[in-house]
Design a protein around this ligand. Structure first.
Ligand code: ADP
Ligand code: MG
Length: 347
């Protein structure tokens, strides 16, 4: 008899939030003329906190929460009444602006990452029990059968008709990208409401609008994947999305082996390519979320090569299984840590 123990799920417990503002950070130094509003709520399977500064922050925060809840209702895979739930159940159908945008970004990212990122991984997620059912370790034959249908290239997106065709057995899951997209949309809503300063934390996915009200950068701590509550370091940033993926965020243990929720589409197994966590910093929230998952799958060498080709789009912090921390050249000045780290150069 196999024994399955559910160790941790940050989506439910909420305390494994990857990035936290340090004490003395947001909220303590608001200029007197800027009012502050904060909101804690649960959406997209995780705890979220929005912190907004401005003339009418309450209205703005209401609008941002509404936008996140709208996207949650649209993109949730487990809700069969959501747009994505309906697409999966019916083998495709009509899609709205948001889903169309996410499909296009996701397919581009699959091509760009040579398949490390693939939203058609959903049937594999289900087999492992990360979606829906109970955690279990599928047989290799079962995984090989499911992998035959994991292929984002098989998606037929009819852009003009706002339609998606899903071949038989193909199902999609925006779990790797939805929170980043939602944070990006929430920031757009806040901007439209006249807000110039805000920090959003969508279950560890951080979005920064402008600077802190006093004009200085936000200071975001990057969690140590090995030690809850400890930090790899602190990055000072503004107008940026800071998104971390790690195998420690959602996993179960069976027979002493840990199985986590980021799958390698090449094997159908939890990715184990040398990384414990990947943090992406980018002005593009959707990209930051997608890449945090994709580069985790790739492992440190391929992630480094990928960054060198795309260093104009993002920076990153890698933490490897052997305990080495790497940061990229673009955040050399803004990253600080008590621990040793290596800087990946542009060349
Ligand atoms: P989190 O959701 O914990 O913030 P990620 O952004 O890394 O972490 O997303 C993980 C989710 O992405 C999984 O729960 C699953 O829904 C989906 N997923 C898993 N592996 C892949 C992959 N290789 N490509 C695309 N999506 C994936
Ligand atoms: Mg992601």
């Amino acid at each position: 008899m196999r024994k399955i123990r559910k160790l941790w799920q940050n989506r439910i417990v909420g305390s494994a939030i990857v990035c936290l503002t340090l004490l003395g950070g947001a909220g303590c130094s608001a200029a007197p003329e800027k009012a502050e509003a904060t909101r804690d709520f649960f959406a997209m399977d995780t705890f979220m906190t929005l912190q907004v500064y401005g003339d009418r922050p309450q209205n703005a925060i209401d609008a941002a929460v509404e936008e996140i809840e709208r996207l949650d209702g649209l993109l949730s895979t487990e809700d069969e009444n959501s747009e994505v739930g309906r697409l999966n159940a019916e083998g495709g159908g009509s899609v709205g602006e948001d889903t169309l945008y996410l499909l296009q970004r996701s397919i581009a990212l699959t091509e760009d990452t040579k398949g490390a990122f693939d939203i058609t991984i959903y049937p594999v997620m289900k087999a492992w029990g990360f979606a829906g059912g109970t955690y279990r370790v599928p047989e290799q034959t079962e995984l090989q059968e499911l992998l035959r249908h994991v292929n984002a290239a098989a998606l037929v997106v009819e852009e003009k008709e706002y339609n998606l065709q899903l071949p038989e057995h193909v199902q999609i899951d925006f779990g790797s990208i939805a929170k980043g997209y939602a944070s990006q949309r929430a920031v757009e809503v806040l901007r439209r409401e006249g807000i110039e300063s805000a920090m959003l934390n969508l279950g560890g996915n951080v979005a920064l609008l402008g600077t802190k009200p006093d004009g200085t950068g936000w200071r975001i701590a990057i969690q140590d994947p090995k030690k809850n509550g400890n930090y790899l370091g602190v990055v000072e940033a503004k107008d940026c999305f800071i998104i971390t993926s790690g195998g420690y965020e959602r996993y179960f243990e069976e027979d002493g082996v840990i199985y986590h929720h980021i799958m390698d589409p090449a094997t159908g197994m939890p990715a184990r390519n040398g990384l414990l966590s990947v943090t992406i910093l980018s002005a593009d929230g959707t990209l930051a979320d997608g890449l945090s998952t994709a580069l985790f799958v790739m492992g440190p060498e391929k992630a480094t090569d990928y960054w060198k080709e795309h260093h104009d789009l993002f920076d990153m912090i890698l933490y490897t299984e052997d305990g080495t921390m790497y940061i990229t050249e673009g955040i050399r000045e803004s990253f600080s840590s008590q621990r040793p780290f290596e800087v990946i150069d542009y060349e």
